[in-house]
Write a protein that binds this ligand. Structure first.
Ligand code: ZN
Length: 445
């Protein structure tokens, strides 16, 4: 009974203070309540810098620039190419001699295409992988209806194999590049590493067993080397959006740069011409790929564009650096570009692909309950997602009475003194809070 009586008094006090508030603000109601900021720290946009294929100059040339500027990046790495990796590319299936022999009498068709396209790169010859890549490119872009051309490329490749046209592959011609020890250092510097498969195949033309090997073993390798934090994001090679690949891939990786299917997100891929300001959705992911033909002013304009909207996430895609890798950009250009991005950091959140994805998904799946008790506001922040994957802090904004001059925020062991910010005549505090981690208390100081 005592408790209930106190509660009534508190409620009474609250009503009185609300009336005082209304009077003191000359009849205008003060904003109340708590919201989750659209982006971390209440910024207006997000930018993620992503690098594909793990070519060496990304680490020796571009990464030091980003470290100098304290910019984190996401690197999609081909795990089988890294020295010391347990899992290398291989063919899973029948003995390859059987497959090769069969090609002499049975032309490639929809029933044997995936098996043949999976095996052709692993026959032990120089140059056969190119037939996989070319057939895969045509098949992935045009779909199963127009697959005849892809079948004839595979037929041509196997015909040459049967004729002995290829040289036997010499062992030890693996590309040298970044090592796992170096990657562990970069992880400590705040960068994200993520899967780009074991060998960078055309996933759309692999049969299920070989596709799963490329996806699962790459994940297993990263898990073993770097831990579960880095098995969140992935990118299927060549930006594939093949339905069969996307379906399989999403059972293994929670976030794909290839495609993000959430209804709240407008996804504009690299080739999409739509202006990211046109979408009415809660969030827009705008992917832009900088190639050797992209002028720097245009690259800078992408950043200005997202900064001028409220819901845009710019995902930049880079490949080669200083002559090594696809569409290699000079590091001097990257330096100037990264400095430009950094200069916008007061309005733009520069976050890894995983962090921005987690922030958006957690925010969209969260609920807030709050209770005002005299000089205290109690808030419960919860989401319904898997808590072992989604544990990224969210930025909350809580409106407080205008007579509050300073606020102490407590959640578990975290205690932070928050300064009051003003939005017209409204007062609010902005702070980081962990979802599903106990009551948040804001205490008037
Ligand atoms: Zn790639």
């Amino acid at each position: 009974m005592q408790h209930i009586a106190n509660w009534k008094i508190d409620k009474y006090k609250l009503i009185i203070s609300l009336i005082i508030l209304l009077i003191s603000s000359e009849g205008f109601a003060q904003k109340t309540g708590t919201m989750i900021e659209k982006w971390k720290d209440g910024k207006k946009a997000a930018v993620s810098l992503t690098f594909d294929d793990g070519s060496i100059n990304q680490f020796t040339k571009a990464l030091p620039i980003m470290n100098r500027l304290s910019i984190p990046a996401t690197f999609f790495i081909i795990t089988g190419q890294i020295p010391g990796s347990q899992f290398q590319g291989k063919f899973i299936g029948r003995p390859i001699d059987q497959i090769v022999a069969e090609t002499a009498t049975v032309p490639t068709n929809k029933d044997n295409f995936f098996e043949r396209a999976s095996a052709i790169g692993f026959l032990g010859y120089e140059g056969t992988l190119d037939y996989h890549t070319r057939a895969g490119g045509i098949y992935d872009e045009q779909g199963d209806e127009e697959a005849q051309e892809a079948y004839s490329i595979i037929d041509e490749g196997y015909k040459k194999v049967r004729e002995g046209a290829f040289k036997t592959k010499q062992p030890g011609d693996r590309r040298s590049g970044v090592t796992w020890d170096q990657i562990k250092t970069y992880v400590k510097q705040g960068h994200e590493f993520a899967s780009h498969t074991v060998t960078h195949p055309r996933l759309a033309v692999l049969d299920d067993a070989n596709m799963l090997y490329e996806l699962e073993k790459s994940k297993e390798e990263i898990l073993k080397q770097l831990g579960s934090r880095f098995t969140f994001s992935a990118e299927g090679p060549y930006g594939t959006e093949n339905e069969r690949v996307m379906e399989k891939m999403y059972t293994i990786y929670p976030a794909l740069r290839n495609r993000m299917p959430e209804p709240f997100l407008e996804e504009l891929n690299r080739s999409n011409k739509m202006n990211p300001g046109e979408s009415k959705k809660e969030y827009v992911q705008w992917q832009r790929g900088a190639t050797t033909k992209t002028p720097l002013p245009m690259m800078k304009a992408w950043v200005d564009t997202v900064a001028s909207h409220k819901n845009n996430w710019l995902v930049l895609v880079f490949h080669g650096v200083d002559g090594i890798g696809y569409e290699a950009l000079p590091h001097e250009l990257l330096d100037e570009y990264f400095q430009y991005i950094k200069s916008k950091e007061s309005t733009i959140w520069i976050g890894t692909f995983a962090d921005v994805t987690k922030y958006m998904r957690e925010r969209m799946a969260s609920t807030i309950e709050s209770e005002n008790v005299s000089d205290k506001i109690k808030i419960i922040l919860k989401h319904t997602l898997n808590q072992s994957l989604y544990n990224y802090s969210l930025t909350l904004r809580t409106y407080v009475p205008s007579d509050w001059t300073s606020v102490k925020m407590t959640q578990g062991d975290t205690v932070v003194k928050c300064t009051i910010k003003k939005e017209g005549s409204d007062s609010y505090v902005q702070y980081e809070a962990a979802p599903n981690s106990g009551t948040i208390e804001l205490q008037k100081q």
